[in-house]
Design a protein around this ligand. Sequence first.
Ligand SMILES: [Zn+2]
Ligand SMILES: [Zn+2]
Length: 139
Amino acid sequence: MNREAIQFAKILKKSGHSLTDPRKRLFKLLGSGKAMSVNEIVSALPYDRSTIYRTLELFQKLGIVVEVHLGWKHKFELSDMFQHHHHHLTCINCGKVLPLKEDKELENSIAHLSSRSSFKPVDHQLEIRGFCMNCQNKY
Ligand SMILES: [Zn+2]
Ligand SMILES: [Zn+2]
């Protein structure tokens, strides 16, 4: 098991949950780093929709997974606990989602602007909408 998988097993154990197959496989699937919709997850795993929903709900509660709003879709991805903090570039034509690598200056600005409003940020999401390289020429 890699570091992430060990941490994942620990979180489940600490909260009194066992490492079932659906939990293991969903974690592994999202471990690819791609944000996925419920439909994409349902078609990638051999479990019914209610099992997937229940597992996602548990993962969200435990902070393993976060829900991200990309375009008009809700997608799920592993939290910053398991992957580098990043933002999303969403193509409004084909729906492709690309990660925008973490940038210190941007992160510092967000922290700075929040504190100027006497706000203590816990986390944030940022989505930039536009056209991917393939779609740019079509419009
Ligand atoms: Zn595109
Ligand atoms: Zn950020």
